[in-house]
Design a protein around this ligand. Structure first.
Ligand SMILES: [Zn+2]
Length: 83
């Protein structure tokens, strides 16, 4: 069968480099948050297991907390300057 859909159940996306990985017989995989992720190489798998959130949420979470901290620090600085 040559008509496998691109996002079918037999392939998965490597969250590190974006490559399409065959699930059948995959050697490089890791479980995270109840989901199994597949990788093109042991190197991509090692990168993911070291910092899973970096590859799962590129912009969210990591960026929001520092923004809030900046706002609070800004208020403190303003109050401090006024006094
Ligand atoms: Zn990869």
């Amino acid at each position: 069968m040559d008509h496998a859909p691109p996002d079918g159940a037999d392939t998965a996306s490597d969250p590190v480099c974006g490559m399409t990985v065959r699930i059948a017989g995959a050697r490089n995989k890791a479980d995270h948050g109840g989901h199994t992720y597949y990788f093109c190489s042991p190197r991509c798998r090692a990168k993911f297991t070291a910092e899973p959130l970096r590859y799962l949420k590129p912009a969210e979470g990591a960026a929001k907390i520092p923004l809030i901290a900046d706002l609070v620090l800004d208020d403190v600085a303003r109050v401090g300057a006024r006094a």
